[in-house]
Ligand binder design. Sequence first.
Ligand code: AHM
Ligand code: MG
Length: 333
Amino acid sequence: MSQQSKTFIEFLNSEKNSLIQQDLKDLLLDVANSCKKISHAVHQGALANLLGSAGTGNIQGETQQKLDIFANELLLEDHAEKGKLAAMASEEMDSIYSIKEHLRGPYLLLFDPLDGSSNIDVNVSIGTIFSVLKSSSITNDPSEADFLQSGKNQVAAGYALYGPQTIFVLTLGHGVQMFTMDPQSQEFYLTQEDVQIPKDTKEFAINMSNMRHWAKPVSRYVSECLEGSTGPRQKDFNMRWIASMVADVHRILIRGGVFMYPWDQREPDKPGKLRLMYEANPMSLLVEQAGGVSINGQQRILDIQPSKLHERVSVMLGSANEVNLIMKYHQSN
Ligand code: AHM
Ligand code: MG
């Protein structure tokens, strides 16, 4: 790494973050340290007997992988006694995890411990997504209601990407920074500051196998992209779908693009596949902080008032001009 690269701790303690509370910095250091341990386990894979199904299911009705459970338990253990949190919530737990009264702190931590579970066994990039909210009270027993805050209330959000490199991406509400883990020292170094998503793009990401189930505005947008330079968009588009939101969003933060996991007719009563509070909200804050746009088709995702912890949402995010066009197609439908 370059001589000038700041470590994650140096970044947190830099002038730029002088207004950030020390206990939030401590919490984020703990999160980054947990991600280092998960990264180690991911890279061991079969050698640590961590591949394959755990044979259990989560509240979403999805089969849990061994690594989903491992990462969830590691995050719980690492944060339960640090004194920074009032409670935690996770994709892998039906209800919230309350911190013992004498160990409670001012924040709520939400996470998808291992995003992209279908990619674990095939050695494709996966990640951990996290969101930090302020707890309304540390004296009352925490409840699910404390978590039901709109995404714009997040005081920090980010993800760790376990790919060819392990990368930690963070926003504290003023810009997006990326840190690369040095595999020798296991230290995160600041490698990209104030990330900006290009406003225009020629790349979209959606699971095309669901095409026949999409709503009209989504079909219209994608079919116009597919028409390429001879169609109304007058340019050829490329498509990518990693099936790990964390990796698809990372690509968009690096070089622009659009990611969509919209509502579709397979399960018409559900707003979408992805979860609002620990997938869409943290990603939306990162995307907006990098100059992009994130919507559900009707409104900005960060403005949605959640009504339950595991609420699902339709997601369209990325390069501003493209996502604004998708919004226009929804409004004129
Ligand atoms: P997970 O949190 O259980 O891994 O599920 C979420 C993932 C996203 O990362 C990804 O965008 C999507 O599911 C892929 O879904 P599909 O397999 O339907 O393409
Ligand atoms: Mg996920």
